[in-house]
Design a protein around this ligand. Structure first.
Ligand code: UDX
Length: 454
């Protein structure tokens, strides 16, 4: 059985799809995992021999400088990549003498809805994979109602400020934080709104829509969208293995450093692969950590602050003053860090993968969303599951070092919140263990894939 998988070329999309690829490979399903050439080398080199997955790359048609022009990459992925994938499937199938070498199923990131048409053209079964919360698709499904009710205009701009909640256990969303509104670039805003509307229609003809989530995490969303099947959290720890496909080099000494810290003492901070803080906010955060007087492990990517002139500019003397107590790294093995007993809380941008990794380890979160679906995830964490606190206010403006320090103290002093976080961890564990709902859904899905060849 030979399956092709295609992710959107961003870390938060590649990691979970590659996790699924490895699960399928363990069940003797042959995987060809397609990357765009921009990320190919990084994904392959960090995946090593740990994964029995075959990688190929396709061109996205962009010059390297164009990839950093807002909207260009997304446009290329939506328009150029699908044709390349279709050509690749035809080529593989035409050159395969053995039936078992032919691509029999396409598993694609649902954000690239046009790949559904590719599967239809190639006459093979298809699976749309959602690497985010099911609530994101429910929001997409409800766009026509939001327009009808005058909550947004046809460009997606908010016309009302009342919070929207589609079901009692679903996130409470402020229209100004809808996924497309949270990107400040109007070209991308239009792209996202258009894609979400189109993708809803396209993926209706997919054989499966699977989601890296769990029934117990999002009961309301799965009731409103019963066609979405939760199979997560898809985490390396559930396979008792290492995660693969990291775009950045992981710091190798953090785990040893964590070993030397007292249990439940360390503040872990990371804002995923894309979020940035402006210079003033970056400095304020550094001061909050310094004044907080607690050990911390802070991921500061080289591009964590916009601007070319020494983007990682810490306050004067900061690095000397925090020596021994604070550790600053370029990229972590986050899944391992979050499962370390020394970690007390996670200051996060609320990317969906970070969210799943945190709740699966019972780690309370301080939520600082940046864009896209991260506001939806924050509401789940703070309003629905109540395993985290919100940092900053919705009016924007700088979050002061005092507020950062106070919020961390408040989070770490809240025993009831910690208890809820541990309960949620148990729930997540049960859903992926044999007999659990995600486990069963995943097994049904694998059986279906194995039968695609017939
Ligand atoms: C994006 C969006 O932000 C997210 O909301 C969406 O659902 C998926 O795509 P990203 O911003 O990178 O992803 O955040 P996140 O979803 O949290 O994924 C980041 C991944 O990188 C996580 O799996 C995390 O473990 C990993 N990571 C992050 C590391 O391995 N090391 C780090 O230092 C930081």
């Amino acid at each position: 059985m030979h399956v092709m998988m295609v992710a959107f070329p961003m870390q938060g999309h590649v990691t979970p799809l590659l996790e699924l690829a490895q699960v399928l490979a363990k069940h003797d399903i042959r995987i060809t995992f397609v990357n765009t050439e921009m990320i190919h080398d990084r994904v392959v080199s960090s995946s090593g021999e740990m994964t029995p997955v075959g990688f190929v790359s396709v061109a996205d048609g962009l010059e390297s400088w164009e990839r950093y022009v807002p909207g260009k990459l997304t446009e290329a992925v939506y328009t150029v990549v699908p044709a390349k994938i279709e050509a690749l499937i035809r080529e593989i199938n035409a050159n395969s003498n053995e039936e078992e070498d032919k691509i029999r199923c396409l598993v694609y990131d649902q954000s690239i809805g046009s790949l559904q048409q590719v599967a239809l053209n190639a006459a093979i079964p298809s699976v749309a994979f959602l690497p985010a919360a099911a609530a994101l698709l429910v929001l997409g499904i409800n766009i026509p109602d939001l327009l009808r009710d005058g909550i947004i205009d046809d460009q997606g701009n908010p016309l009302k400020s009342d919070p929207v909640q589609f079901a009692p256990t679903m996130p409470i969303m402020n229209p100004k934080d809808f996924v497309w509104c949270s990107v400040k670039n109007t070209t991308i805003q239009k792209q996202i709104l258009h894609a979400m509307r189109q993708n809803n229609k396209l993926i209706n003809s997919a054989d499966w829509v699977i989601c890296n989530s769990a029934q117990d995490l999002e009961p309301g969303a799965f009731t409103l969208a019963p066609h979405i099947v939760p199979v997560g959290p898809l985490l390396a720890s559930n396979r008792l293995a290492n995660s693969a496909g990291s775009f950045f080099k992981q710091d190798s000494d953090s785990l040893e450093w964590l070993d030397q810290q007292p249990s439940s003492s360390v503040i872990y901070l990371s804002f995923g692969s894309y979020a940035m803080l402006d210079k003033a906010q970056f400095q304020e955060l550094a001061l909050g950590l310094e004044h907080g007087n607690r050990p911390f492990l802070w991921v500061v990517r080289p591009d964590a602050v916009p601007g070319a002139d020494n983007p990682r500019k810490f306050p004067e003397g900061f690095l000397e003053r925090i020596t021994g107590r604070g550790r600053i790294i370029g990229w972590a093995n986050q899944q391992k860090v979050l499962s370390h007993p020394s970690v007390a809380c996670f200051v996060s941008h609320c990317g969906w993968n970070s969210t799943l990794e945190s709740v699966s380890n019972g780690v309370p979160m301080l939520c600082w969303p940046y864009y896209a679906d991260q506001f939806i995830n924050r509401s789940y964490i703070c309003d629905i599951w109540r395993v985290g606190l919100q940092l900053g206010n919705d009016g924007g403006g700088i979050v002061t070092f005092d507020e950062i320090k106070e919020k961390i103290d408040g989070l770490l002093g809240d025993d009831e919140l910690k208890e809820r976080a541990l309960k949620l961890k148990e729930m997540m564990g049960s859903s992926v263990r044999e007999g659990g709902s995600s486990y069963q859904n995943l097994m049904n899905f694998i059986t279906w894939i194995q039968e695609c060849k017939k």
